[in-house]
Design a protein around this ligand. Sequence first.
Ligand SMILES: [Ca+2]
Ligand SMILES: [Ca+2]
Ligand SMILES: [Ca+2]
Length: 350
Amino acid sequence: MNRQRGLSLIELLVALAIGSVLIVGAVYVYSQSRSTYAVNDIVARLQEDARYAMSVIEPDLQLAGYYGFTNSPDDFKYITGGSTATVVTSSRLQAADAAVAGLQAGFHDCGNNFAINVVATVEGSNDSYGLDCAAQGGGAVATADTLTIRRASRQDFAAATDGRLQLLVSRLSPTNQYIISDGALPTSPALEADTVQVRNLIVRSYYIAQDSAAPDRVGLPALRVKTLADTGFDDEQVMPGVEDLQVQFGIDTGDYNNDGVIDAGLDMDGNGIPDAPRGIATRYVDSDALPIGFQVVSVRVWLLMRSSQFEAGFVDGRTYDYAGKSVSPNDGWRRMLISRTIQLRNSRAL
Ligand SMILES: [Ca+2]
Ligand SMILES: [Ca+2]
Ligand SMILES: [Ca+2]
């Protein structure tokens, strides 16, 4: 007769050992997949934020220099009281010129004639916060670039608005392009939906602030934008987690065969600038190294994103090389660098 035997102590210990190894393994796999999921989540968030920030800048840049019926900002003249008898031509609306009389003080906050300098359709400051108006969000990140875009609004209006910087654009006459800020239109040319329109002047300056407004993200840098409004400039946060903004301007030097000199026959007047630029970027330069007279045809934008979640033990062996900079932070914060080259549809000679 078979007596049923229980497990011996040895067998029991072996079974326990095997069981615990399996449990430890399962727990390990579970925790690994959890942390992989967390990392994927952080990376996905970085990508999404980067894409969003870029999607705000891109359409703005594409329309830089778009002024309704004209893309020739040299034709604009500033007038007051609807009188075209005395005008200030656009060439006298630079920072070095006298502050335009009749313009609200707030429009000069970011720099003398800053709001009204329509000739500079794109400009920036290189590795510095070059705006006179105060940066919000705990102050500017002083090593980031700024990017300013000037253009007309997409929609046109049935009447002019007092206190708003606006453009009166005329399709038929290049001499009838005016800038106004007092709502007073000249009697001629009269508004006419298809040929003479009033549009708002759009001026937007992007910069990096040290602190995002979100209370749970103190110390996280953010992309912000100053926007020309009724009395001066509004300032709002575009996206937290943008640590650096860098831009370079693509200019058409007429050196299409890339041998360092302007191609034969393209510079008949001998001033070193192509006489008829083709709108091809042959060289990228920082905003403070823009040579006078060349056409800016594209802008290259870099955004360095930083995660809001600190990851203890995270090793970042990358060196981020971009816009003439080279940084290897490796400080426990995950980063992502994205760049895009954006064509300016209304490119013009500077
Ligand atoms: Ca720079
Ligand atoms: Ca050449
Ligand atoms: Ca030339």
